[in-house]
Design a protein around this ligand. Structure first.
Ligand SMILES: [Zn+2]
Length: 86
């Protein structure tokens, strides 16, 4: 089980390139950018046309109201860019 978790973590760090933590000058809502939930580790696409919520309910995105954030605070959200598939 533990090994499985480590392997998954390794795989995700290969797929996503870390950019920043928290909003620098507001959030850049682009489909190739992903926000990582600090609680459950879910990667959420910042595609502005799709609403989403992470499995633990901390991270949320509502495209109808243009809202995005985390209950743990904006400064806890890590932003990643998804690498192109090789
Ligand atoms: Zn979560």
């Amino acid at each position: 089980m533990l090994l499985d978790k480590i392997m998954k973590k390794r795989k995700s760090s290969l797929q996503y390139q870390y950019l920043q933590t928290g909003p620098k000058n507001g959030w850049a809502m682009k489909s190739d950018l992903y926000a990582k939930c600090p609680q459950c580790g879910y990667y959420m696409s910042l595609d502005p046309t799709q609403s989403d919520e992470c499995p633990c309910g901390n991270l949320f995105k509502d495209c109808n109201f243009g809202r995005f954030g985390a209950r743990t605070g904006d400064e806890t959200i890590e932003i990643y860019r998804k690498k192109k598939a090789l």
